[in-house]
Design a protein around this ligand. Structure first.
Ligand SMILES: NC(=O)c1ccc[n+]([C@@H]2O[C@H](COP(=O)([O-])OP(=O)(O)OC[C@H]3O[C@@H](n4cnc5c(N)ncnc54)[C@H](O)[C@@H]3O)[C@@H](O)[C@H]2O)c1
Ligand SMILES: O=C(CO)[C@@H](O)[C@H](O)[C@H](O)[C@H](O)COP(=O)(O)O
Ligand SMILES: [Co+2]
Length: 383
């Protein structure tokens, strides 16, 4: 007690989880999937697995064979793919399945197989159910592997807003297996590349160079290492991306600090993504946002023209969009209003000051943004 009427409660939550690269998690000889997330002494042989519909079609048989071989009794829930399903209704469907299964509180990890959409929404369900049940994440998209799966954020869209509802929930474990990327279509590979470009621009010049030199090869080989160079670079790029992302996330996992470099690409992007209503993928809006704020930085002179050009050229080379017809002055203004609220009253706009280095701006006017947009359109390479 610190006064006559006041009791202070002070407790700390420890985040402690592992992100593990594994070469073939569905190989029955790999123990990771069978053991991941079950750290309690009273181990259970039951699991509930939530699968994206496409992942189920492609890998469902192998996943079922794996759990069966390991003597785990598993219930399967298959969810339809697509950002339009990242809503509360789907979360409640998942929760109804937990009830039907009779999910124990700690010893029966929920295991998710899918991209960022599925992981985000199952994350919401697992963080709410009994106020938190363990969740093992198995990302099957590039974007999932380098970003969505490895931090502590869960989220669903609500109203007109991206990720308006969600929670911070550390995963019980994350298993990264690039073999899943073999079946990913080219657009979704490029989409994942956008989050890698984001990270490279703000903190890792070497990663940026690797993308400049080998980005197209990586996409062509779907990160499967069909050539010796492709193999070496795929491993390097995935490891540098995950390592760099975790280095940004770990010291600020609960986002007490709102100046976040990994928000680069996400200042007006989320509003554009919602407005485009399925026409643009998440990573594509990240690319458009990167292009816009690179232009802001170059126009201000905090970024030299050569570096600015390299960033835009890399986006073009990776066939990522750098503009969209729905991006206009009105959208920019409304996006910034919401972003400032999300960042607690300040803009905190990450912008590059070189390749691999960034700063935050807090005084960008609506006119400056509109002017950057006009500038981008004048410079746009006709296709
Ligand atoms: N929580 C976070 O920190 C965080 C970070 C970044 C992005 N996100 C969220 O992630 C979402 C985007 O994730 P995404 O890009 O992975 O999209 P996604 O989950 O929609 O998956 C993309 C598509 O690929 C299909 N698919 C998945 N795995 C496949 C495979 N191995 N082979 C073939 N097809 C496969 C899916 O069915 C889907 O159609 C957005 O909602 C974004 O907000 C969250
Ligand atoms: O897209 C996401 C998370 O949703 C990440 O790629 C990104 O690094 C950041 O977490 C976002 O910039 C901020 O996300 P949010 O708080 O707006 O959901
Ligand atoms: Co993102």
């Amino acid at each position: 007690m610190i006064g006559l009427e006041t009791y202070r409660v002070s407790a700390q939550a420890l985040a402690d989880y592992e992100v593990t690269f594994s070469d073939d998690i569905l190989d029955r000889a790999s123990p990771e999937l069978a053991t991941c997330g079950n750290r309690t002494e009273t181990r259970s042989r039951r699991r509930i697995a939530v699968l994206d519909e496409s992942v189920n079609a492609l890998y469902g048989t192998r996943i079922r064979e794996y759990f069966e071989w390991h003597g785990l009794e598993c219930q399967y829930v298959v969810l339809p793919p697509g950002e339009q399903h990242k809503v509360m209704e789907t979360v409640l469907t998942v929760i109804a399945e937990f009830d039907r299964f009779g999910l124990d509180r700690r010893r029966e990890p929920v295991i998710s197989f899918g991209g960022g959409v599925l992981l985000d929404l199952v994350g919401v369900a697992t963080s709410m159910y009994r106020r938190g049940v363990p969740h093992v994440r198995v990302p099957t998209t590039l974007l999932g592997q380098v970003d969505a799966a490895i931090g502590a954020k869960t989220g669903i869209n609500h109203g007109a807003h991206k990720n308006r509802l969600g929670s911070f929930q550390q995963p019980a474990g994350v298993l990264l297996d690039r073999r899943f990327l073999a079946s990913l279509d080219e657009r979704h590979l490029r989409n994942g590349m956008a989050e890698i470009v984001k990270l490279a621009v703000v903190r890792d010049e070497r990663l940026f160079e690797l993308l400049e030199e080998h980005g197209e090869l990586l996409i062509e080989e779907r990160f499967q290492g069909s050539s010796p160079t492709g193999e070496r670079v795929a491993r390097q790029v995935l490891h540098r991306s995950v390592q760099g992302m975790l280095a940004e996330l770990e010291p600020n996992l609960w986002e007490r600090e709102l100046d976040r470099l990994v928000d680069f690409g996400h200042s007006v992007g989320p509003a554009l993504e919602m407005r485009a209503d399925g026409e643009l993928l998440h990573g594509e809006t990240v690319a458009i946002d990167i292009a816009l704020f690179t232009t802001v930085a170059a126009s201000r002179g905090v970024l030299d023209d050569k570096a600015g050009r390299r960033i835009l050229e890399l986006l073009h080379r990776l066939a990522l969009p750098t503009d969209h017809h729905l991006l206009d002055g009105d959208l920019l203004r409304r996006a910034m209003t919401d972003t400032v609220r999300h960042r607690d009253g300040r803009q905190r706009l990450p912008v590059p000051v070189g390749i691999g280095a960034a700063t935050f701006l807090n005084d960008v006017s609506d006119e400056e943004l509109r002017s950057a947009l006009r500038h981008r359109r004048r410079e746009a390479v006709p296709t």
